[in-house]
Design a protein around this ligand. Structure first.
Ligand SMILES: Cc1cc2nc3c(=O)[nH]c(=O)nc-3n(C[C@H](O)[C@H](O)[C@H](O)COP(=O)(O)O)c2cc1C
Length: 332
């Protein structure tokens, strides 16, 4: 069975990628993921705030006491969790496994942290996944500005490194396809669809907003599936599906839609790094049952461009569903 896959210009042994999460912040788990058949791992994100904080701190210490003060950086920042610790993680992961190690930069504004991408490359990352997690709660900010910001950040990071750069997007744009096209033209090597937003809830006892982290469920593949299917074959960059994978069935659906790779975080956190092998075995069993000799044989076969009735992915489908009131039982 040929599972090899091209992603961001890299050759992966399998199309399964361990998505950015705390699990991939530990080298032992990264090794187990490789053993269990991950084609690549994405490290947890280093945040713009962490990098900018250190830059500010360096400036402050330089201004106050001169270059000598640099050796007195707050110990917390030099430890894991700070920018230095992150580079150490990249280096250790690089040494520990043969599969591509993708570092994740998470930021919302173009600033000093962009240069940090260069250090990530020097530390041995195979690629960078750029997560522009941005909530435009400023009501005076037009959508086009939010999109420009994504493009500017991508260009800045692309300009700083020579390794491939993927961008992880939110689904909340008025024209996802147009933005993806613009980013494609601006040089994005791939698109991770989608970023999962962690919306706050309200605690009715304490009467305050709360933030918690819920793992995903399989119903969450629907939105990324739609956009992967709509974009497959129409952009230069690779397509990575992200959200909702719990079993091999979701992996297979994403591949049929046209994903180059399928990412998973929640399922691995629920069941452990070894669960990657369950997903892989399920994928292989599915391909064998279909008498497919490679993932390429199924990839994109149900993309919008490949199906006989592309309108299934469009408004006509919405109208029919609403009119017939068709519901799927047992989705969650
Ligand atoms: C515990 C946890 C930590 C995560 N950390 C990151 C992160 O550091 N950077 C990032 O881009 N995404 C992060 N994510 C999001 C995942 O990479 C992924 O996009 C999301 O969970 C949807 O995929 P899933 O349905 O397979 O969980 C995290 C998710 C979880 C559950």
């Amino acid at each position: 069975m040929n599972l090899s896959t091209r992603y961001l210009g890299l050759t992966l042994n399998t199309p399964l990628v361990a998505a950015a999460s705390t699990l991939c912040g530990e080298v032992g788990a990264i090794r187990r993921l490789e053993d269990a058949g991950a084609g690549a791992v994405v490290l947890p994100s280093i945040f713009q705030e962490e990098i900018d904080h250190e830059l500010e701190e360096v400036d402050r210490l330089l201004a106050e006491t001169g270059a000598e003060a640099l050796s007195y950086l707050p110990p917390g920042l030099a430890d894991l969790g700070g920018p230095e610790g992150y580079l150490k993680l990249v280096r250790r992961a690089r040494e520990a496994v043969d599969i591509p190690v993708i570092a994740s930069l998470n930021g919302a504004a173009q600033s000093g942290w962009v240069d940090y991408a260069r250090q990530i490359e020097q530390a041995g990352a195979s690629a960078i996944e750029l997560n522009v997690f941005y909530l435009p709660t400023d009501l005076s900010l037009p959508g086009v500005e939010v999109e420009r910001r994504h493009i500017a950040i991508l260009k800045a990071v692309k300009g700083a490194v020579s390794i491939p750069v993927a961008i992880k997007l939110s689904p909340y744009f008025s024209s996802v396809g147009h933005l993806v096209g613009e980013l494609d033209r601006a040089g994005a090597d791939g698109f991770v669809l989608f970023n999962r937003f962690y919306q706050p809830d309200i605690d009715l006892e304490e009467l305050k907003p709360v933030r918690d982290l819920r793992l995903s469920h399989r119903g969450e593949i629907r939105l990324p599936l739609l956009w992967i299917a709509a974009l497959a074959g129409r952009v230069k960059g690779s397509l990575a599906a992200s959200s909702g994978v719990q079993t091999a069935a979701e992996v297979v659906k994403y591949l049929f839609a046209g994903a180059d790779v399928v990412c998973t975080a929640s399922a691995l956190i629920r069941h452990g790094a070894g669960y990657m092998k369950t997903l892989l075995d399920g994928l292989v069993a599915d391909l064998e049952a279909r008498e497919a000799a490679s993932v390429d044989e199924i990839r994109g076969r149900l993309s919008r461009a490949s199906v006989a009735e592309p309108e299934i992915y469009d408004r006509a489908n919405y109208m029919k569903i609403i009119r017939t009131g068709h519901t799927a039982a047992g989705e969650l």
